[in-house]
Design a protein around this ligand. Structure first.
Ligand code: AMP
Length: 408
């Protein structure tokens, strides 16, 4: 039911935009939308930290649509920077769905697609460009993209955009945008050092909205872990799938080669399996994402290329076949499930040597992850020299680490 006091009507949006919002079926704004939209409409630079899957894309797109006016300007008025090609496609789809302007062109710019098609799209006039840093820089250096008209710039998954891999590229891109621009940053996680760096690109005063700082993972997601020896991981995966019967799931691996190996093995056990990683051709990546979104693929064995922002409502389970290298990635990965208030489950495989990593994740999310077990499968063998002797429990890392080692 639409709530007149807290509905989209209360946010200062135009009737034309409200009717598009109604037609796509959004009844009430999410909390990030409620907090973000009026502040962005006021012209401020805003940083929004909110749980993943809570409507961040619409939160930054709607204010732009509200203010965009048709002119004969060919160069982009808005630039949205995203870390992955899949997220770029998704943002473009959401923009096309949500705009009231029939003549507004949204152009995705990312690698793996022919340059000349993108050049033609840019020449026809691009009002919003949604892109990944590498390909945007290619266009900038060839002079096929100009950013001097950008008034509105968004860094989606901002912490990722400012981490070391992308930092220089971002600096070079943002230097091409005019000083007088509005900057918006969105992410579920924002480490302090990145926050300081990100702020240096924004005009003061900066509004920093933290929707639920202590709860970076969504409560509705059931989180558990198995202690498992590396050689038993695949068997455990099959058993967990058998027990959980996921509607759709992503099985995350740290490396492309690992993802490919698990994918090949899983194909002999299950139907509707696919893999997704950076070594695939762009056309394959797009085909797989489409099939996954349509529910034709049930098991997606992937690296972190799909760890961020990807919105597939059918995902009921996330399986961390390999624990992520850093706690932020854990939050992003498991945020692929439990979207828009739905339930979800995240199961992580932890080798006995990875106690420290699990502890760091638990500290970061401020929550103890429940230990999981299967009645008929022993996934690891305790490292005891003489089974008759009592086992010495060595505290490993900090408070939670000690607890983890005692759990073994
Ligand atoms: P996002 O966090 O932007 O990836 O959005 C997650 C999902 O929520 C997407 O499928 C959106 O289309 C959807 N969504 C965004 N805002 C709303 C809203 N106010 N009501 C219902 N669904 C929404």
């Amino acid at each position: 039911m639409v709530d007149p006091a807290t509905g989209f009507h209360a946010l200062g949006l135009t009737p034309a935009l409200l009717s598009v919002i109604e037609s796509v079926g959004y009844k009430n704004p999410t909390s990030i939308q409620r907090a973000f939209i009026p502040r962005v409409l006021s012209g401020a630079d805003v940083m929004g930290q909110a749980q993943t899957g809570t409507g961040k894309t619409a939160a930054y797109l709607l204010p732009f649509f509200q203010r965009w006016q048709e002119t004969d300007q060919q160069d982009p008025a808005a630039l949205v920077l995203v870390p992955t090609r899949e997220l770029a496609t998704q943002v473009c789809e959401e923009a096309q769905r949500l705009t009231q302007h029939k003549n507004l062109n949204v152009v995705p710019i990312y690698g793996g697609r022919p340059m000349d098609t993108q050049v033609r799209a840019l020449r026809r006039g691009a009002h919003i460009v949604v892109g990944t840093p590498g390909r945007l820089l290619d266009h900038l250096s060839r002079g096929t993209l100009m950013l001097h008209q950008v008034r509105y710039q968004v860094l989606d998954e901002a912490d990722r955009m400012f981490d070391l891999g992308f930092r220089d590229d971002i600096r070079r891109i943002l230097r091409r945008c005019p000083m007088d621009r509005q900057t918006l940053l969105l992410s579920a996680t924002m480490p302090t050092d990145i926050l300081t760096l990100a702020k240096s690109y924004m005009r003061k005063p900066i509004i920093h909205l933290q929707m639920s700082p202590k709860k970076v993972t969504i409560d509705k997601i059931r989180q558990s872990y198995f202690t498992v020896d590396t050689e038993n991981k695949f068997e455990l995966l099959c058993r967990v799938i058998e027990r959980e019967q996921p509607r759709q799931c992503i099985i995350f691996c740290e490396r492309k080669i690992g993802a490919h190996r698990i994918y090949t093995k899983l194909c002999s056990e299950r139907k509707r399996v696919a893999t997704m990683h950076g070594d695939l051709q762009q056309s394959q990546r797009e085909r797989i994402m489409k099939a996954f979104k349509e529910g034709k693929i049930v098991y997606l064995v992937a690296t972190d290329v799909v760890g961020r922002g990807i919105d597939v409502m059918g995902i009921s389970h996330i399986i961390n076949f390999d624990l992520p290298m850093d706690p932020e990635n854990y939050v992003h990965r498991i945020g692929r499930t439990g979207r828009m208030g739905k339930d979800g489950a995240a199961v992580s495989f932890v080798t006995p040597e990875e106690g420290k990593e699990l502890t760091r994740i638990e500290d970061y999310i401020n929550k103890i992850i429940t230990e999981d077990k299967l009645d008929d499968f022993v996934a690891y063998t305790p490292r005891v020299k003489n089974p008759d002797e009592p086992r010495e429990v060595k505290p490993i890392f900090g408070r939670r680490g000690r607890r983890y080692s005692q759990r073994l």
